[in-house]
Write a protein that binds this ligand. Structure first.
Ligand code: IMP
Ligand code: MG
Length: 176
């Protein structure tokens, strides 16, 4: 088992403030419209739960599960759907909710997949935009927190399925 420790990066209070600001922007932008929010499992579960409770526009909620990462911190590069979106999205305004964007591969693939179902619009809301390893440009419409690098856990983000339940965001520091 790899040895590591967790270093606090973004407090629960700061996360809450960012989620609240994102919700205000979304409420303004979608005024008079209704939304289908699609959370990317498992990471976006906590972010989505907090975000939707601050939305005042009518919302329907669905989830998708995409497998791209293995058990650790390295990407496998391959993406497949293991749980698809079940709500009809043709002609609807769709907002994808993602925990963190790293290389960008997952979201670019999923965006293209959703577009084929002819929604009225698709936008992306990501809690964390991690810049250093971006390989492909992703049109991010709403971003809560920008970080340069580091492997983060907490507030839905995991390392080998652990630490999703932490209320704030921490960085995994591997011991040499
Ligand atoms: P991408 O396709 O490289 O952008 O990978 C995005 C996915 O990788 C995210 O939805 C996360 O599930 C996972 N991921 C990337 N970076 C981190 C991180 O720092 N902590 C936890 N999960 C991460
Ligand atoms: Mg994810």
């Amino acid at each position: 088992m790899e040895q590591y420790r967790l270093v606090p990066r973004i407090s629960a209070e700061e996360v809450e403030k960012q989620v609240s600001d994102l919700a205000s922007r979304i409420n303004r932008d979608y005024e008079g419209k209704s939304l289908v929010v699609v959370g990317v499992l498992n990471g976006a579960c906590i972010f989505l739960s907090d975000l939707v409770r601050r939305l005042s526009v009518p919302v329907e909620i669905d989830f998708v599960r995409l497998s791209s990462y293995g058990k650790g911190a390295e990407t496998s590069g391959k993406i497949k759907i293991t749980k698809d979106v079940e709500l009809p999205i043709e002609g609807r305004h769709v907002l994808i909710i993602e925990d963190i964007v790293d290389t960008g591969t997952t979201l670019v693939w999923f965006l293209d997949y959703l577009q084929q179902r002819q929604p009225e619009s698709v936008k992306i809301c990501a809690l964390v935009d991690k810049l250093e390893r971006r390989e492909i440009e992703v049109p991010l419409d709403y971003v809560g927190i920008r970080v340069d690098k580091g492997f983060l856990v907490g507030y839905g983000l995991d390392f080998a399925e652990k630490h999703r339940n932490l209320p704030g965001i921490h960085e995994v520091e591997f011991m040499k």
